[in-house]
Design a protein around this ligand. Sequence first.
Ligand code: NAI
Ligand code: BGC
Length: 270
Amino acid sequence: MHKPLAGQIALVTGASSGIGSGVAAALADAGAHVAINYNYNYHSHAEPAEKLAAAITAKGGEAFALGADVSDEAQVDAMFDAVVKRYGTVDIVVANSGLQKDAKFTALTLADWRIVIETNLTGQFLTARRAVREFERRGPRNVSKALGKIICMSSVHEVIPWAGHVNYAASKGGIQMMMKSLAQEVAPQRIRVNGIAPGAIRTPINQDTRDTREKLDRLLRLIPYGRVGEVEDIGRAAVWLASDESDYVVGTTLFVDGGMTLYPGFADNG
Ligand code: NAI
Ligand code: BGC
């Protein structure tokens, strides 16, 4: 099997569940050694991360699980220190951790505004900043054309407004411009920063949108391609964006959404 990421080290945040787990597994299948982050504050998340690391190792890959809250600067630093200690450096960083705290705007609490912005946006800032510092510290390495690659997990809601989810959509809109501005700043150092904008992917974050036939039908009306996405769809996109196959792709958001951003409401109307 072709291993486009052989010899490279990857760190995936929020990889104890959903998309992060799928991305970590796909990067490992592509030959990368993978550090699997889970949220240190929720001990229940250690177990799935450790199970994933064990499954990767059982298949002949290399991985380990490590806890850190990405919204905490000291914990992000400690997370990178642990990866560098174990593997020497990092080549691919997927800033994926994220959560939703949904509410009608007038009922949205400051606490729920803050936790979403701090996890989704500040968490990606802290993760990407430390990634760039690490790429600069270790300098060129003979494993990739780029000095390093950062993938920011965004969402279709970086462009699709989302009533009842103002905090979340604001965080993803912020990620879009953070990603692009950072990409512009570090491209001269041959650091590639890109985003992935998933549509509706089957994970715990949106379980409630699929738990009855009626809700699923309503969701499917938003997806021209006619199916909910799977974490493997995002894993394959991440492998490509992390590999030299996408070496000239810089500062782009790759939408992996079954056409959700195609304004499906206009398909038979207007
Ligand atoms: P999930 O709930 O299954 O996974 C979220 C992960 O983030 C978990 O591993 C959780 O432990 C971690 N996390 C939360 N707070 C954290 C913190 N402070 N520090 C470290 N890790 C933390 O949800 P899912 O769907 O896998 O979400 C992953 C990313 O994909 C998120 O950024 C989400 O916004 C994004 N996304 C998800 C879509 C979907 O349809 N599932 C669509 C578009 C984007
Ligand atoms: C959200 C999911 C939602 C998807 C499509 C994601 O960013 O986290 O809950 O299903 O966008 O609307």
